[in-house]
Write a protein that binds this ligand. Sequence first.
Ligand SMILES: [Zn+2]
Length: 181
Amino acid sequence: MTEQTEPHINFIPSKSALSWDEYFMLQAMISAFKSKDPATKVGSVFVDKNNHQITMGYNGFVAGIDESKVPWGKDKSAPLEFQKYGYVVHSEANAILHSTRSLEGSRAYVTLFPCNECAKLIASSKVKEVIYLSDKHQETESNRIAKKIFELSGITYRQIDFPSSVLHKLTEHLQNLLTDI
Ligand SMILES: [Zn+2]
């Protein structure tokens, strides 16, 4: 018996420019870009097991407050009342607060390794995995506590290697989109 093969008409080799990790980390990076914090812009994206985004956030002042009445400065010689730390909600906390769905079993993509306060929220939300870009505060107590919380909660965490070639491809892509207008 001879096997009938269908003709492959108009088939063109094609693949995505991004892995899932790169796709969601890029979204977290774009979310961070929206932050008004002049010193540290952080973004996060929570994703379900089907690779659908559930929620995203960036660090910003308490929603709805008059932002002209609170400072962005982080000089710790001033009282907390006159430091940003008194009023800023972290990106992970914002994403969790604004999620309309359960985050149980989700993956969290964060541009910066979470602090211990956000680790509490992430663990309490039953997130399964944390994927981060930078861990520049790894010498701090907050960072050590965050890792302890993740380990005690069975949350795995890993750093993503984000190749700069993705940024070049993205720039080219954006330029192509703008040229098409
Ligand atoms: Zn935090």
